[in-house]
Design a protein around this ligand. Sequence first.
Ligand code: FES
Ligand code: FES
Length: 156
Amino acid sequence: MMIKMTINGDVVEVDVKPNETLLDVLRNKLYITGPKEGCGNGECGACTVIYNGKPINSCLVLAPEADGAEILTVEGLTKNGKLHPIQEAFIEENAFQCGFCTPGFIMSTKALLDRKKNPTREDIVEALAGNLCRCTGYQTIIRAVEKAAEKLGVKE
Ligand code: FES
Ligand code: FES
């Protein structure tokens, strides 16, 4: 079936199978490879995208369900070649090692900072609870989120 989605501001129409996941369609049909496939069953958060304003695991959404959805992936954060402040903060704090989990962490961070002006450390830990980093770089990731909040001018 044909579905229509708005991805990173662009309206996209794509032919999908009933059993395909949104993650498969993003990566294999639309070549949007920021969302990663880690576990494929909702446990690692590597495939996190913002879906109608909320962070979700794109491996758990069947593509036909995404008809009409508005989706933001990590690719949509960069504007005119300039990194988003969250991306800058992750770089400045060295908040990744292999980087496989990083797009998912960044999208969960974006969703958090979109809804919470001044997140506490507990808010950050809770918002990132669904994202796993097997390199265990959690302390630097939390620091990056705090720095991103400062950069965005939402954390006093
Ligand atoms: S690949 Fe989706 S949660 Fe792990
Ligand atoms: S940086 Fe390696 S899994 Fe997160």
